[in-house]
Write a protein that binds this ligand. Structure first.
Ligand code: ADP
Ligand code: MG
Length: 256
């Protein structure tokens, strides 16, 4: 069965794209067939997967407007070991164009269904908003992976996302659930981060992934080389923790 997961958090800069591309590369490393869908007009997941967003003939924009299929628009990125349905600035216009169209929140879902058999995992990198683009992601997915930093306002921000997921679950996509919360950019020397981490576990129990992603400069450097950290510097602490996370993910979905 293909697992379709959104990586979402309405805050920007929390590590969504880093999580998407490194989880994808980690899953590829452990033998899984993976498609990354970039739903952010910034195209960071595209570039960070070794695909030049400016050179793309077809992107997720064409798929949402149903002028191309995913089979036509996807790119095999040899360097990273997974396929990419890319995005670029053109996607920003889709938001407005989709509003006029029928099934505006279900377009991605239909498109994924046609290629799902080719993959074990489809990972959707969402933009930092609860927009129509994110809604297309949430309507397509079985679950949401939420990267978060263990900071003071983290729990507060989380309740908006949890409410949105509940609403989508109730009204649009009964399959949708929170797969888990991933603690990222973690620094164990900071007492506050440890405290928030404990609060998270108290609130969300086993919805908090066991793996913790440390703050690691190699993960931040990798995108400028057009690679996930897992591929750029496999020996780094950050890369190792993402491979560990991929293994935890495989174990979780097999146990589910
Ligand atoms: P988002 O997609 O949520 O906006 P990004 O994944 O782009 O967030 O991450 C925001 C910034 O933080 C980027 O510059 C990224 O390289 C950096 N970053 C993400 N995760 C880590 C980490 N574990 N350690 C160090 N830097 C990180
Ligand atoms: Mg991003």
């Amino acid at each position: 069965m293909t697992r379709i997961f959104c990586v979402a958090n309405q805050k920007g800069g929390v590590g969504k794209t880093t999580t998407t591309v490194n989880l994808a590369a980690g899953l590829a490393r452990v033998g899984q067939r993976v498609l990354v869908i970039d739903l952010d007009p910034q195209g960071n997941a595209t570039m960070g997967s070794g695909v030049d967003k400016r050179a793309l003939q077809l992107t997720v924009y064409d798929v949402l407007l149903e002028s191309a299929t995913i089979a036509e628009a996807r790119v095999k990125s040899e360097k990273v070991g997974y396929d990419v349905l890319g995005a670029n600035r053109e996607l920003a216009g889709a938001e407005v164009e989709l509003v006029e169209l029928e099934r505006r929140d279900k377009r991605l879902k239909g498109a994924i269904a046609a290629v799902a058999a080719d993959y074990d995992f489809v990972l959707i990198d969402c933009p930092p908003s609860l927009s129509l683009l994110t809604l297309n992601g949430l309507c397509s997915a079985h679950g949401v992976v939420v990267p978060m930093q263990c900071e003071y306002f983290a729990l507060e921000g989380l309740s908006d996302l949890v409410n949105t997921i509940k609403q989508v679950h109730a009204n649009l996509n009964p399959d949708l659930q929170i797969i888990g919360l991933l603690r990222v950019m973690f620094d164990p020397r900071i007492t506050l981060q440890q405290q928030v981490s404990e609060q998270l576990k108290a609130h969300f129990g086993d919805k908090v992934f066991n793996t913790v992603i440390p703050r690691n400069v190699r993960l931040a450097e990798a995108p400028s080389y057009g690679l996930p950290g897992v591929v750029f510097d496999p020996a780094s602490k950050g890369a190792q923790s993402f491979v560990e996370f991929a293994q935890e993910m495989v174990q979780r979905v097999e146990a589910a």
